[in-house]
Design a protein around this ligand. Structure first.
Ligand SMILES: [Zn+2]
Length: 467
């Protein structure tokens, strides 16, 4: 068997790993590479293999850096199955369509400039319509259900506790009568996240391929983050302000809605309207409601006991779909909570809400996820006194608060615990999906704990695995 690390190798983006087993080609992940514009364009449009020669695809979860290049794979001739949990398949469909829309807008923006310079126009990396074609290839498999993606491979997805439907990919491989197990972690979640079950730890494997996004950082306890959320929202509502939360549409939004729902039920917060104002977040919330099988026991018990019989629905929660509904919020003066995308405040409806509320000391802008450099979200998180929105300068008078403990990724301690399950059992280990600093710090921890130093393959590197 050979594994080629084609993406998320020595970086966190564009996850893509090619397995060659018994003469078949199995692709695990087909992620979108996000980096500088031209590099992203070239990488995403040109696969390092022939898409028509891939026999099967397994997808660990719906995040775009794992699923986002499936439209190109299909566009370039892939016609096999895409195995994923039912929730992942559902979420991926809406996220890919959204991504197609973004690619179209991006190409339009670039082409305006190219036109001025008399340069030829570019095509979008893929369109919304092309993204919609992926849906027909999904072959949903439940957690722990065994399937045979290619001859000689028995595969299953086990709960990764990262986002709805996320799984680790376990491959039991029989090659020429030799048996070997590969455990691909996908993105590893955390214990104690709202809605989701805790990640399943590996029991045994000959080969471990593991993510290391936060290999150099321990995380704060999620409970502490929820407590901070309660305090910030509480003091803002007390001074009759609005809480504006830029949030990723899938995952973080639903987690915050559920956290607020619990706080309202316990009368820890005064009852105010909560608006989820992002079409993708609204669609994603519908998909969450369709997949209660992914919820943890606490959430199931909450739903059973709750008067609304829902984790993501309560009297004063309003999902706004239309632009008119969204704009109507601009004229409201009463205290409220608005959760809107994009998560880094780069585009989308959140920009209107920030523009309208940033200049009022009563309000709070609440940052609930990591913000990439040079984004508006990062400028706010860095406490810039003035920011530009829609080309206009605004003084930041609203309170800005960052809650750091809400990551859906395992921190260093849990990553270590995850790998240590296989101490004395695993024959080879590869770190992927992490920057060099993170991989190095985690390697060091594992070596200190008595494990072999893991490999950290470069992009395009192929390794031979013998059973
Ligand atoms: Zn992820």
């Amino acid at each position: 068997m050979r594994i080629t690390f084609d993406g998320a190798a020595q970086t966190v983006t564009g996850s893509q790993h090619l397995f060659q087993i018994n003469g078949s080609r199995l692709l695990v992940e087909c992620g979108f590479y996000q980096g500088r514009r031209q590099e992203s364009y070239d990488r995403n449009c040109n696969f390092p293999f022939d898409p028509t020669k891939i026999d099967a695809v397994i997808l660990s979860h719906a995040h775009i850096d794992h699923s986002g290049n499936l439209p190109n794979l299909v566009k370039q001739g892939y016609q096999g199955q895409i195995y994923a949990t039912p929730a992942t398949a559902h979420l991926a469909n809406i996220m890919l369509m959204d991504s197609g829309h973004i690619q179209e807008e991006d190409a339009e923006f670039v082409n305006k400039r190219k036109l001025k310079k008399g340069e030829p126009a570019i095509e979008p990396i893929y369109t919304r319509e092309e993204a919609a074609l992926v849906a027909q290839y999904f072959s949903p498999v439940k957690y722990d259900q065994t399937f045979e993606p290619v001859p000689g491979v028995r595969a299953k997805l086990v709960d990764a506790g990262h986002i709805l439907g996320a799984g680790a990919v376990v491959l039991d491989i029989n090659e020429n009568g030799h048996q070997t197990r590969v455990w691909f972690s996908g993105d590893i979640g955390r214990r104690g996240l709202l809605l989701l079950r805790d990640p399943i730890l590996p029991d045994w494997a000959d080969t471990l391929i593991m993510e290391c996004t936060y290999g150099d950082r321990p995380h704060q306890d999620p409970q502490q983050a929820y407590e901070e959320l309660r305090q910030v929202v509480g003091r803002t509502l007390e001074r009759k302000g609005k809480v504006i939360i830029p949030s990723f549409a899938v995952g973080r939004t639903q987690e915050i809605v559920y956290a607020l729902h619990q706080m309202f039920e316990k009368h820890q917060l005064p009852s105010v309207p909560v608006y989820v104002d992002s079409p993708l977040a609204v669609n994603a919330s519908d998909i969450f409601k369709m997949h209660p099988e992914c919820f943890d026991e606490q959430t199931k018990a909450f739903i059973k006991a709750d008067k609304h019989h829902a984790a993501l629905g309560f009297d004063r929660l309003i999902y706004t779909r239309s632009v008119e509904e969204s704009k109507a919020l601009n004229h409201r003066k009463d205290p409220m909570i608005i959760i809107s995308a994009s998560g880094m405040a780069e585009s989308g409806r959140i920009l209107h809400h920030l523009r309208n509320n940033i200049g009022n000391r009563k309000n709070t802008i609440l940052i609930v996820s990591w913000q990439a450099p040079y984004t508006l979200g990062r400028r706010l998180a860095d406490r810039d006194k003035k920011v530009r929105i829609f080309g206009e300068e605004f003084e930041v008078k609203a309170e800005v608060v960052t809650i750091g403990g809400l990551s859906s990724h395992a921190g260093q301690n849990f990553l270590t615990e995850y790998a240590m399950q296989l101490k004395g059992k695993v024959k080879q280990m590869f770190l992927v999906h992490g920057e060099p600093k993170a991989a190095e710090a985690l390697s060091e921890k594992l070596v200190q704990a008595g494990m072999e130093k893991p490999a950290y393959p470069k992009r395009g590197e192929t390794v031979e695995i013998t059973a």
